[in-house]
Design a protein around this ligand. Structure first.
Ligand SMILES: NC(=O)c1ccc[n+]([C@@H]2O[C@H](COP(=O)([O-])OP(=O)(O)OC[C@H]3O[C@@H](n4cnc5c(N)ncnc54)[C@H](OP(=O)(O)O)[C@@H]3O)[C@@H](O)[C@H]2O)c1
Length: 254
């Protein structure tokens, strides 16, 4: 039996982008509880420090790595630092995603391009660096946080939908680019979760969501951790190029 505890992440170095709140925070906590050393990213240095301290207080291992994923130079400096200090990166969870809900006539080309830069191009530039470290080490787990919107479509959300669909394609491309070196790339596609970013949901919209989700409720952010740990672990050793939908059954309800 080669892997007695296939979900254990002891001695793994994991970078989680957008880990200060919401789904990214829960993914970071989940990976830390499985034993990984977490590099906690978001733009706010104070918050990355607070999250890292919380993980350490819980008995885990973490440190802050603040940078703006949309700033290529800052991302390159962060990966230079990871390479110098650790010589490897075992897990890269790219979770950052911004959203612009607006009718088409209120989404300018500048807005559209900015959304693609943060939600898609940043994934390309950062994952090239993450993948290079992993390929050199012959092992790695890359996980993108996409969205069911990337496959379903919808109104008043064109830039986000395009970016998330692109991210799914990029994930598949990286799965092929890196697979032969023992590096997998997969995606988690969340459905409606009760995160801060959705706190202003109207009662009417909330009811529609409840009606459509087969489980009859929005996801608790902590429910993203299990799927993330799975894809980041040895347990998913033969899972590559896959989109793991985590939506309570939203996308299978007619
Ligand atoms: N919540 C849902 O129901 C849902 C559903 C489907 C998909 N998703 C996807 O899941 C992911 C997380 O969603 P969420 O609702 O948890 O998001 P959120 O609450 O908006 O959190 C976003 C995180 O990313 C950080 N961040 C934002 N821009 C950044 C940048 N340019 N560079 C570095 N960090 C940045 C934020 O911290 P700072 O602002 O301090 O940098 C924060 O830590 C996103 O990709 C989203 O599209 C969410």
């Amino acid at each position: 039996m080669p892997h007695v505890l296939p979900f254990l992440l002891t001695d793994h170095i994991a970078l989680v982008t957008g880990a200060s709140r919401g789904l990214g925070l829960e993914i970071a906590l989940g990976l830390a509880r499985a034993g990984a050393h977490i590099l906690v990213n978001c733009r706010d240095a104070g918050r990355t420090g607070e999250v890292a301290a919380r993980i350490v207080e819980e008995g885990g291992s973490a440190e802050a790595l603040p940078f703006d994923v949309g700033d290529e130079d800052a991302g390159n400096r962060a990966f230079d630092d990871i390479g110098r200090r650790f010589g490897r990166l075992d897990i890269f969870v790219h979770n950052v995603g911004m959203r612009l809900r607006a009718p088409l006539d209120r989404i300018s080309t500048v807005d559209f391009n900015h959304m693609l830069a943060v939600d898609l191009t940043a994934a390309f530039t950062l994952t090239k660096r993450a993948g290079a470290l992993m390929v050199a080490n012959g092992y790695g787990r890359i996980v993108f946080v996409t969205s069911i919107s990337g496959t379903l479509g919808g109104r008043n959300d064109a830039a986000y939908i395009a970016a998330k669909a692109g991210l799914t394609g990029l994930m598949r491309a990286f799965a092929c680019e890196f697979g032969a070196a023992g590096v997998t790339c997969n995606a988690i596609a969340p459905g409606p979760f009760a995160t801060e970013s959705n706190a202003d949901i109207s009662a009417e919209r909330l009811e529609r969501v409840r009606q459509r989700v087969a489980l009859g409720r929005r996801g608790d952010p902590a429910e993203i951790a299990g799927p993330a740990v799975f894809l980041a672990s040895q347990a998913a050793s033969y899972v590559n190029g896959h989109v793991l939908t985590v939506d309570g059954g939203y996308s299978v309800t007619s």
